[in-house]
Ligand binder design. Structure first.
Ligand SMILES: *[C@@H]1O[C@H](CO)[C@@H](O)[C@H](O)[C@H]1NC(C)=O
Ligand SMILES: *[C@@H]1O[C@H](CO)[C@@H](O)[C@H](O)[C@H]1NC(C)=O
Ligand SMILES: CC(=O)N[C@H]1CO[C@H](CO)[C@@H](O)[C@@H]1O
Length: 277
């Protein structure tokens, strides 16, 4: 083969690899924003975040007010909106031509719903990970009022300002939330949980989530079959009540799926994220 032909072939191969590389990047690279559940913090994503990052994704985790290492005390957080402030501020800073994959775990489903209500154009898809998923027909607190399973075992409730604060006890964590998770992860949770609140009274007074806001954003739900905190039937009821069509299931995941099934959770998120731009 002449050297001219060789050079042509060489250039051809380079061009192909450049164009396919761009294409893969455009489809794959996402910005995930991960929102923790009640009493938890950004720390609860410590297993999932590096997995997503190793695939080239951008991942933002945050502490909601009075959570993780946020400086506020729950006694000074009067409303659900104030509790959600760190997430709402983050959404404000997302450029208007960018869309994030918003993931809410457990009570974090309510926070992502509020973010979707206020910034529908900045969310590619809202993912409810065994989370409370509100609808647009009832008042915002409706899905929280169906069952009072958090009033259980050694969970503590106390008056705090004009609301009720809630702290998960070690027995509740080990029996109802982390029963299939590694013991080290349970220990982390026992050490790091802080008092929080479900803000039920405040949420019962707020405007219903709207069809043109929250309801206009694509939504997906990740079901965790062995969850004892938000049991399977409750998850399925919320999926139906909220009209969520895209449903994935992680078999053998307890409530703390990010600890009990991090690889499966990673796979489920990738599957969901590639469908929405
Ligand atoms: C909000 O939800 C309540 C039921 O909880 C319903 O009676 C009311 O009509 C809804 N408001 C709007 C504006 O849809
Ligand atoms: C609690 O107090 C705050 C600030 O005074 C107020 O905005 C909020 O509506 C109150 N919540 C309830 C449930 O009364
Ligand atoms: C919506 C939902 O899951 N409701 C459940 C609440 O708890 C009662 C008793 O535990 C169940 O019978 C309901 O199905």
């Amino acid at each position: 083969m002449s050297s001219e032909n060789l050079i042509f072939i060489f250039i051809f191969i380079i061009l192909i690899s450049i164009s396919s590389g761009n294409c893969v990047d455009r489809n794959r690279k996402k910005h995930y924003v991960l929102v923790h559940g009640a009493c938890h913090g950004a720390w609860s994503w410590c297993k999932l975040k590096p997995r997503l990052e190793s695939e080239g994704h951008k991942v933002t985790v945050l502490d909601l007010a009075a959570s993780g290492i946020n400086m506020k005390r729950i006694a000074d957080v009067d409303t659900f909106s104030q509790y959600s402030e760190p997430l709402l501020q983050l959404m404000t800073k997302i450029p208007s031509n960018e869309k994030v994959v918003l993931v809410g775990h457990s009570f974090g489903g309510m926070n992502i719903a509020l973010a979707m209500e206020k910034f529908p154009e900045k969310v590619a898809v809202g993912v409810f990970l065994t989370a409370f998923a509100p609808d647009t027909e009832h008042r915002p607190s409706y899905v929280l009022e169906q069952n009072t399973s958090s009033e259980d075992l050694d969970n503590e409730f106390a008056p705090s300002g004009n609301k009720t604060s809630m702290l998960f006890g070690p027995e509740y964590l080990s029996k109802k939330q982390y029963q299939l998770s590694p013991v080290e992860d349970l220990e982390l949770a026992k050490t790091l949980v802080r008092p929080s609140s479900l803000f039920i009274e405040d949420l019962s007074k707020q405007k219903n989530f709207s069809k043109h806001g929250y309801g206009s954003v694509p939504r997906a739900y990740i079901v965790c079959t062995e969850d004892l905190a938000i049991p399977l039937e409750y998850q399925l009821w919320m999926i139906q009540n909220a009209g969520i069509n895209d449903v994935l299931k992680i078999k053998g995941a307890d409530h703390a799926a990010m600890f009990s099934k991090p690889r499966e959770l990673f796979n489920s998120l990738q599957k969901i994220a590639t469908k929405y731009d």
